[in-house]
Each structure stands twice: as structure tokens, then as C-alpha cells.
Design a protein around this ligand. Structure first.
Ligand code: GLC
Length: 801
């Protein structure tokens, strides 16, 4: 074995030959002569966990990432052996484990193709400074292999050739290639020979991933402590890999309230009350839809969490109510740092209850944040989380805030070297006491979790809404997120586009960027182009530091205001479509945004595409991300697509020029799609939905679409009070049939659909609804291929002349 690279130097140790093997239920244990134990757990036919110890004993098996709701169970498990290897076979995978060195190889059980194989496999180095090991894994990169995932990394979609670090970091004004930034999501997807698999390295220590950067054909990952503990997730479809990873680390515990998918306006900071009101009023006056308005740190008294500055906000409850009466939800920021101040209740209580983090030898972890010197709750202690969640009682129940924004939870500290807690800080880690080396990457996640618990408790029966900046795998169960302190530049618009896609393929779909850029100020053109992108992000919020002028839709000129309004209106019309995509995500782990490589992994042209993405299942969007553009070249994936603006049909599988003046952007609809639309509202719930528009795009052949609806808030949908409509469209040369299959017990408020037929290649001769010929005039046909049909039809048959 040649060990001559930076990674594989002489201090490395390797497993020796396997001397024993045993099976306990779905788990197998292989022990080597030098006391390495490899534990292999069959989670599902396509998900296998590999866990190694070098000391023959495993420590307590505990993970913040893996949800207790993860699916378990397989259809097949067969273990055989020959002289060289053990062979584990499930319905989807075959795994070889080499008897002489524990190296593994994974194959597709049907086609017998090699999917992934260890190069050196598991090896380690003793950590003299901290004890334990630096655990490492190297795998051979297959010919033509591409890599994706890893959360918020601000780099091109395909990670090949790069090395990354996972250590959540406050990264003001980060740029392209800055690494690490706010999130640690140690999950990647490999794709070669049209087959995709994923690896989730569930290790919270500082970890690294190298995709053929150090050595051309080698992929490796390693961590500065903890266990070599990873899940191998087989597709072969990339979307199944993402769905299975999301199943493992958790889907959102409930759907967001629909208003949370509306437009949000934020700034550091809107204050005093009159300023907040002025902003809110302006939205209504200019008729720009908006559902949420944010209070950044200045609403507090000296930046003390859970307090109000009574000079700026003399009566928060009244203000929040007045805003609510006008259709605005109020969302407030809450940071982890608690100001050291014996007059301050939250601080005093935390101190008395011994809830703050401490250094190795006992002193408190002290650090400067916005309020000055602070102590920090140990959110890894379940009792502290419970206490923290109770602190929201007044804010949510009394004052009526509808959502909470957790920030600075990396944790960010301003005066300590490293800008976060030192390594020696102690954590409870749910009873698995440890240092900050292990807890750092999940600190923000546990804060968001505690906040979410509070919101859930006190918002009930309404649904909670939380936002976090820091995250580890699994944080998507509790909260939405944004991409942190970006900059008002064109390059950052591109970065935001990639980051949102990457987060979605990393199991975290409820994501958006600070529209327009947080630092610096965009000009009107950049702001408008960013709004165009932002309306396609699951979380859609303008936010800015405020140091560089205003960033509201009207802060530029009236032309820009009109463009911004027009696009936010499109967002509101598409709410039922987005809500359906969210429901799919929350149910099945299907990402809301799909990079083209996920949409069509078999077409190699998609493997390096950064800009174009699929929003939901049927809409293709691509932002304009440079100044003075009249359009752009973009890649249209295979299939036929309707230009959203002109209805022109284009054939994909190629790059095309698409016109897009400042008031437009490239948007295409997949042929055969049925897109549900609500009327434009100034906020969710402003109007009773009297009719659902179904924009229907003719196709020769068959296409399925779906629409999910419920009460848009509350939990009745869990008891079956939802409405799911599946539409199957079948188009022929001179006819179009739409079938509807309905599920669920929720009665939607409207009685009819407005069926808008796009691209019909024939003139309508007659229409049958559920086998009865109907008078087209009675259906409200206006000759423009618009039909009003009863919402509960089973089949509509449209016959051409
Ligand atoms: C951090 C956040 C930013 C916020 C600011 C003040 O920089 O990332 O969004 O506005 O702190 O709270």
C-alpha cells in the first residue's frame, strides 16, 4: 500500500483481517484481529449504515440528525461468504466486505454494476491532543463521476475537484468559494453511469470532504473526532437518494402555514413602531402582496432577548394586533447570547438554574455579541431546551408574534478567537457529555429546535414558523432557513440560486436568500432580477443590513416597483402549486427545487448546469443574473416546454436563447402540466377562494399533475382533512381528456375550476363532463379556451372539430 499523500501519511492505522462475524437482527458485526469492529445495519433495502470502532467497544449510539420516524425494514437480507469476502444482499444492494482488510464494495443488486468502492477504506490516526481518533474514509471515484450536495456551499453545483470543511461559521459578506459558512450538512451524492448514491457521514465534529481534489480518482471524508459512521443510500435515481436521506434525517414535522410561503419584508432594523407601520401601509397602498414583517435586534431593550424597547415599541401587543388586522404576521429575531445583567430575568433564571455553557474547568463561557458580554444557554441539554421553549409564552401567546427568527447561532461570538466558542466548552449533548468540538455543529440546530418547540406549544392550534441561520443535517424538521449575510452583487444572485438548489438537494427545502443582498445596496435592476429568482425560492424574503439605504420594493423607481409587484403577484398566484410541492416534500422528502441533474440525470448535459432549475414538478425557471440583459442562453432539459409568457413551445435537450427584458425572466411550463392558481391577494386569506384556476398545457400523450390543499393552517389535515386532486391529462390530435382522482376529507371553499387550455391544437367542438354532453356556453366558455367546470368532475372529454 502506498501512503505518500498528505492524507495517508505514516500515522495511519488500518483494520486487519476479520476474525469473527455475528448477526443480531438487522445488524451485522465484523471484528478484526486488531479489535476494529465494523457494524453494518440494514436500514432499508437501499440504505445501509456502516459504523466502525477501533477499540472493540462502541460508545452510546446517539444522533441529533437521525429522526425516530426514519423508515426501517427491508424485503431481503442474505449473508453469504467465500474465501475473500462476506456478501450482504438486499433487494437493492449487494455489499462485499473484504475479509483481509474490511474494505467494502457496493453493487446494484439487479444489474450487478459497481456503485461505490473503498480505496483505502476506513483508517484512522490517534488524536494525541484530545484522545480518540481522527477517523478517515477514502473511496475510489468512478469514471465520469460527479458530486453534489453538502448544504450551503457557495460554489458550482458539481463539487468535483474541490475540498470542503464542515464547521458552521458566521460568515458576513462571504463570497464564492468561501468555506466553511453557516451550515454543516455532511451529505453528498455521487453520480456515474446514470446511477446515483448518497453518503451521509453523521459525525458532528469538524469534518472534511475531498472530491478528487487531493488525488485525482479518490473521494475521501474524515473528521477530527467521533466515529466513522456513515449511511450509504442507493438511488439509482438522485431524487430517491435525496428522499431517502430526508427520510433518515427528517421531513418538516408539519406543513408551514400558507402565509409563510408568501412574501416577507425584513430589514435591520425597522423601528420604531411608526416606521414598521409606515412600511406595512406602503405595501397595502402600492398593492404589493406581503404576509410578514420582521423586527430585527433593535426591538429589544439593549438587545436583551425576550424584552421590548418600550420607547420604540410602547405597546407591542397592540401593534402586532393592528398589523395582523392588516394581514401582516410579525416575526421577531431571537439570538442565543443572553446579556450578563443581574437585573435581567432571563439571565438571572438561566444563572440560577445553571443553564449556561461552561468552559472545561468550570468558568462560564463568556463572549461578546450585540448586547455586550453574554452567557449562552446549553441547548444540548433537554432541560434547557424546555426552559427556552417556555420563554416564548409571552411573545407568542400574549403579544401574538407569529414566527421567530434565530440568528447568530453558529454560535457567533465577536471577541473570542475563532469567532465561536473555544473547543473546551462543555455540553450536555442529551446526556452524552462532550466538548464543543463535538457540539459546535449542532448548537444552532438545538437552539432552533428549542425555539420551534416553544412556538409549537404557544401557537397551537396554529402551525409554528421558525427560521435559523445555523444548521446541521436534520434541522429541516423544525425550521426554515436563509443563506446568511450575502452581498448585493450580481455574483451573489448566482450564488443564491445555487445555494437554494443545493440546500434542496441536501434535504432542506425551506430555504431562501436575503433578496437584493444583505450587505451593500443593489440598484433597481439587480433588485428586480433578484426578486424574480426569489419568488421561486420556498422562503421568499427581502432583507438588508440597512447600512446602505433602503431595500423595499418601492426604494428604486416606479418601473422597478411595478416589476417587483408583478413577480410577487405571480408568487401569490402560484401558492397552491408551491404548497403542493411543499406537501410532497414534507411527505416524501422530494426537494421543492430540483437542479437539472436531479430532473434528468441521464442527460450528461445537466451534470454541470448551475442556473436552471425546476420549481416543484412542472415549472422550469432560470434567473437573469447579469446587468443590461435582454435575455440569455439557457439549457432547456429534454421534453417539450411552453414559454410561460408567450405559450410558444420549445423542444429541450439543447441550449436556447430566451428573451427576457427586465420585466420578464425565462420561465417554462412542462407540456401536459396542470398548474393550479389562486387569485392575487395582498396576503394569504385576504380573499375567499371562489374558483381555482387550472392552467392546462396540452400535450400529445399522458401527464400527471396534482393539487394539494387544506385549511392552510392548523393540524386538521393530519386527521385527513385535506384535499388531494390528481389529474391525468391525455392529449390526442383532436381530443383532450382530463381525469380527476380525489382524496381526503377537506372541502375546498370554491365550487368550480376555471380550466384554461393552453396550446390546444384544435378548435373545441364539444365537451363532455362525466359522460354528459354539456353546452359549452353554459360552461362559461368565452371562446378563448376557458371552461368553467364543476370541481368534482371525474372526467372531462374535450373533442375537437
Ligand atoms: C446577522 C444576521 C442578519 C441580521 C443581523 C442583525 O448579521 O445574519 O440577518 O440582520 O445579524 O441582527
Amino acid at each position: 500500500m502506498i501512503l505518500n499523500t498528505e492524507l495517508e501519511y505514516k500515522g495511519n492505522l488500518f483494520p486487519s483481517n476479520i476474525i469473527s462475524y455475528k448477526k443480531e437482527g438487522d445488524t451485522l458485526f465484523f471484528t478484526s484481529q486488531n479489535n476494529v469492529v465494523l457494524q453494518v445495519t440494514i436500514q432499508r433495502d437501499s440504505v445501509i449504515r456502516f459504523r466502525y470502532t477501533t477499540t472493540s467497544i462502541f460508545t452510546n449510539d446517539f444522533s441529533y440528525a437521525i429522526t425516530k420516524y426514519a423508515s426501517r425494514g427491508y424485503n431481503k437480507l442474505e449473508i453469504t461468504e467465500d474465501d475473500q469476502k462476506y456478501i450482504i444482499e438486499t433487494a437493492k444492494l449487494i455489499c462485499y466486505i473484504d475479509k483481509k482488510d474490511m474494505r467494502t464494495k457496493m453493487f446494484d443488486s439487479k444489474t450487478k454494476e459497481l456503485i461505490c468502492e473503498d480505496e483505502l477504506g476506513f483508517h484512522w490516526e490517534e488524536s494525541y491532543e484530545y484522545g480518540g481518533e481522527i477517523v478517515k474514509m477514502t473511496k475510489t471515484s468512478q469514471i465520469g463521476e460527479s458530486y453534489y450536495g453538502l448544504g450551503d456551499k457557495p460554489v458550482d453545483i458539481n463539487l468535483k475537484g474541490k475540498r470542503f470543511e464542515n464547521w458552521v461559521t458566521d460568515s458576513y459578506a462571504y463570497g464564492r468559494d468561501t468555506d466553511p459558512i453557516y451550515k454543516a450538512i455532511p451529505f453528498y451524492i455521487g453520480l456515474h453511469h446514470k446511477k446515483a448514491y448518497g453518503i451521509f457521514f453523521d459525525n458532528t465534529f469538524r469534518s472534511y470532504f475531498d472530491f478528487c481534489n487531493e488525488r485525482r480518482n479518490i473521494t475521501s471524508f474524515w473528521a477530527q473526532g467521533g466515529e466513522m459512521n456513515y449511511y450509504f443510500i442507493y438511488g439509482p435515481e438522485m431524487s430517491d437518494v435525496v428522499a431517502n436521506y430526508t427520510d433518515l434525517t427528517g421531513k418538516p414535522h408539519q406543513l408551514p402555514p400558507l402565509w409563510a410561503l408568501g412574501y416577507h419584508q425584513c430589514k435591520w432594523s425597522y423601528y420604531p413602531e411608526s416606521n414598521v407601520k409606515e412600511i406595512a401601509n406602503k405595501f397595502r397602498e402600492l398593492q404589493i402582496p406581503c404576509d410578514a414583517i420582521y423586527l430585527d435586534i433593535d426591538y429589544m431593550e439593549g438587545f436583551r432577548c425576550f424584552t421590548w424597547n418600550k420607547e420604540y415599541f410602547p405597546d407591542p401587543k397592540r401593534m402586532v394586533k393592528e398589523l395582523a388586522d392588516d394581514g401582516f404576521k410579525t416575526i421577531v429575531i431571537i439570538d442565543p447570547g443572553i446579556k450578563i445583567d443581574m437585573e435581567y430575568d432571563v439571565f438571572k433564571e438561566g444563572l440560577e438554574k445553571d443553564y449556561f455553557c461552561k468552559r472545561a474547568d468550570g468558568p462560564y463561557m463568556k463572549g461578546k455579541v450585540w448586547p455586550g458580554e453574554c452567557y449562552f444557554p446549553d441547548f444540548t441539554n433537554p432541560e434547557v431546551r424546555e426552559w427556552w421553549s417556555d420563554l416564548f409564552k409571552e411573545l407568542v401567546e400574549e403579544v401574538g408574534v407569529a414566527g421567530v427568527w434565530n440568528d447568530m447561532n453558529e454560535p457567533a461570538v465577536m471577541d473570542v478567537p475563532g469567532k465561536t466558542f473555544p473547543n473546551d466548552v462543555r455540553h450536555n449533548y442529551d446526556g452524552n457529555h462532550c466538548s464543543h468540538r463535538k457540539a459546535h455543529n449542532i448548537y444552532g440546530m438545538q437552539m432552533a429546535r428549542a425555539t420551534y418547540q416553544g412556538l409549537k406549544k404557544f401557537s397551537y392550534p396554529k402551525r409554528p414558523f421558525a427560521i435559523t441561520r445555523a444548521a446541521y443535517s436534520g434541522t429541516q424538521r423544525y425550521t426554515s432557513s436563509w443563506t446568511g449575510d450575502n452581498v448585493a452583487t450580481w455574483d451573489h444572485l448566482n450564488i443564491a440560486n445555487i445555494q437554494a438548489q443545493r440546500m434542496c438537494m441536501s434535504g432542506f427545502s425551506f430555504i431562501g436568500s436575503d433578496i437584493g443582498g444583505f450587505a451593500e445596496q443593489p440598484n433597481g435592476e439587480l433588485y428586480a432580477r433578484w426578486i424574480q429568482l426569489g419568488i421561486f425560492h420556498p422562503f421568499c424574503r427581502t432583507h438588508s443590513s440597512g447600512d446602505h439605504g433602503d431595500q423595499e420594493p418601492w426604494a428604486f423607481d416606479s418601473n422597478i416597483t411595478n416589476i417587483v409587484r408583478k413577480f410577487i403577484e405571480i408568487r401569490y398566484q402560484l401558492l397552491p402549486y408551491l404548497y403542493t410541492a411543499f406537501w410532497r416534500y414534507a411527505n416524501e422528502g422530494i426537494p421543492i427545487l430540483k437542479s437539472l441533474v436531479i430532473f434528468d440525470q441521464d442527460d450528461q448535459h445537466t451534470h454541470y448546469r448551475n442556473d436552471e432549475f425546476i420549481f416543484g414538478e412542472k415549472i422550469l425557471a432560470c434567473p437573469i443574473a447579469e446587468p443590461n440583459a435582454k435575455g440569455r442562453r439557457m439549457f432547456i432539459p429534454r421534453g417539450k416546454w411552453y414559454n410561460f409568457w408567450t405559450n410558444e413551445i420549445v423542444t429541450g435537450g439543447q441550449e436556447l436563447w430566451v428573451d427576457a427584458d427586465l420585466d420578464s425572466m425565462p420561465i417554462f411550463i412542462k407540456e401536459g402540466a396542470v398548474i393550479p392558481k389562486y387569485p392575487i391577494q395582498q396576503y394569504v386569506g385576504e380573499k375567499k377562494i371562489e374558483e381555482l384556476v387550472l392552467d392546462t398545457y396540452f400535450k400529445i400523450g399522458k401527464e400527471k399533475s396534482e393539487v394539494y390543499e387544506d385549511a392552510h393552517d392548523g393540524y386538521d389535515y393530519i386527521k385527513g382533512r385535506y384535499s388531494l386532486r390528481n389529474f391525468t391529462l391525455v392529449g390526442k390530435e383532436s381530443s383532450l381528456t382530463i381525469q380527476q382522482f380525489k382524496f381526503g376529507k377537506y372541502t375546498t371553499p370554491y365550487k368550480t375550476f376555471e380550466l384554461k387550455l393552453h396550446g390546444l391544437p384544435f378548435k373545441i367542438d364539444s365537451v363532455e363532463v362525466d359522460n354528459e354532453k354539456v353546452d359549452i356556453k353554459k360552461l362559461g366558455s368565452n371562446g378563448d379556451n376557458i371552461l368553467i367546470v364543476p370541481k368534482d368532475f371525474t372526467e372531462i372529454h374535450i373533442i375537437g372539430k
